[in-house]
Design a protein around this ligand. Sequence first.
Ligand code: SF4
Length: 291
Amino acid sequence: MDIDLRSTMDIQITALEWMPQDGRYVRYYPEAGIDVFMEQRPDGSIEVTPHEFHDEAMSIFDYPLSEVYHGDSEILLRLQEFYRRCWVLRLQDPFISLMITILTQNKTADSARRTFHRLQRRYKGIDVHKMACADKRELEELIRFSGPYKASYMIECSRQIEERWGGSLEWMRRAPTDEARRALLSLHGVGPKTADCVLLFSLGHSVVPVDTHICRVSQRLGLSMSMGDSEAAKRRVKEDLERGLKMPGMAHLLIINLGRDFCKALAPLHHICPVEELCPKRGVVRPERLV
Ligand code: SF4
């Protein structure tokens, strides 16, 4: 397996079960009650410790981004070749995905990772029942760096999942996308982007979660003709990406990578960008930063 671990771990909700620590990634395995570490060596190979968790840990890598798009957009075809060493991770338990995505709301991915690791250790692996019964004060303290107000989201939406669907979101896997999305949006603390992340990263629905960054890069590339990052503009970007380009949801990871590495908000790096000659640079007003 040819994997760029940093890039893979940087761009998807699924990877947030792993927390960066001293150049490695660590995940708590509640069944065994231990931390498992993953590290990329200089020769590109991936080392897992303790070694007996190697196969299980490596099974999170599902398929490379080079297989994510089969349409005819030259830009996306170019990007998937450029990011071929970045991998899509295996779909995640939908409840875990929901909790992690709530932790990321208005916070950095790193803060969500640290908080999730703390929760996993404290509860010996979180699940819907443990969260529905959690002590609110204690939970507020445990998640204080990710927004203590989210304790009520996590407890209340866990209770709603227990009351409405017997504690499981699995039925949404087979439900029509619109129905599953409406059900997720009816939960306490769940907005459009959180719902789309759960649909895509754990339930296998091909939707594109749109935030400010996806909005900006898609507009500059001409993949969407909307302007700005208002809620209306985000809806238009989502529509353009999902329907206009017939882009599978996971292909939006190509755009996330491009935004993180080159198409930065204030000073885009046009001169080293892999799609520079294909890009119309729509709406770019500031000069690029030369490094
Ligand atoms: S060429 Fe510039 S504007 Fe276009 S995607 Fe690359 S960095 Fe962004």
